[in-house]
Design a protein around this ligand. Structure first.
Ligand SMILES: N[C@@H](CCC(=O)N[C@@H](CS)C(=O)NCC(=O)O)C(=O)O
Length: 239
């Protein structure tokens, strides 16, 4: 039987959305604490995640308030590690493939998302890096999509799909709205190339992700749009 699990989340964070999707998919039992990123509480850094980032989690230990976790609980962080942890807690969910070859395929996909696709979006959105790199990384992800099956490694929805979900969607929001620290015309340029036929399989895949219940239940479009606007304004003030 699994032990007490407390999740520290922020509703605007794509990394946190990964964890919330994994919790939804597994129907996991957990307690919840929202962290305000505008004023991260001192106790969170001291007692949960010393680098002060969300998502975070505590696992096990005796009952304690979520804002004063027991030193006996294990402190966990990093979205990709957390979704694997949740998948392993609920092995029947299939989020972590049981088959070793499928696990390696999922890991390869997750790596491409974590080291190429997601960072290419961030450096464009926040620092005005070239948008072409996003197209290149989306094409690289597309080559990993299998011929058969709706998901990253085939028929089974896994953590590989969760890893890309928040970033693929937010990319669409950025190029549809033009919110970000880049020249305004770039949003339309990127949208045209992202929506061209050469990325049809990638886009059909992202459409399926956006229709998944675990995605819809963990993504508040209006709330996220407001977050995007305020973060972009903050970045522009700094640059
Ligand atoms: N590599 C981490 C990244 C987490 C991350 O950067 N979280 C952001 C929210 S989107 C955060 O907590 N920022 C607060 C800060 O840096 O002060 C993960 O995958 O969990």
């Amino acid at each position: 039987m699994s032990e007490r699990l407390v999740i520290y989340d922020n509703k605007g964070s794509p990394y946190c959305q990964r964890v919330m999707m994994a919790l939804y998919e597994t129907k996991a039992k957990y307690e919840y604490h929202e962290i305000d990123l505008a004023s991260i509480p001192a106790w969170y850094k001291e007692k949960v995640n010393t680098i002060g980032k969300v998502p975070g989690a505590t696992y096990g230990g005796p009952p304690a308030p979520t804002d004063d976790p027991s030193p006996e609980s294990t402190k966990l962080a990093e979205s990709l590690a957390l979704i694997d942890f949740i998948g392993e807690l609920y092995p029947n969910s299939g989020l972590v493939p049981k088959d070793i070859v499928e696990r390696v395929k999922a890991r390869r996909f997750i790596n491409s998302v974590g080291t190429l696709f997601a960072p290419s979006i961030f450096v464009w959105y926040a620092r005005g890096a070239p948008w072409r790199e996003i197209v290149n990384t989306a094409l690289a992800v597309q080559t990993l999509l299998p011929e058969k099956g709706d998901w990253a490694i085939g028929e089974q929805f896994t953590n590989a799909d969760i890893a890309i979900a928040p970033f693929a969607t937010r990319l669409r929001v950025l190029y549809n709205t033009g919110i970000g620290n880049f020249p305004p015309q770039e949003a339309a340029q990127l949208k045209a190339v992202m929506e061209a036929p050469h990325l049809a399989r990638f886009n059909a895949y992202v459409d399926r992700i956006e229709q998944r219940e675990s995605f819809k239940a963990t993504y508040d479009a209006e709330y996220n749009l407001a977050i995007f606007k305020s973060r972009a304004a903050h970045i522009k003030r700094r640059t």
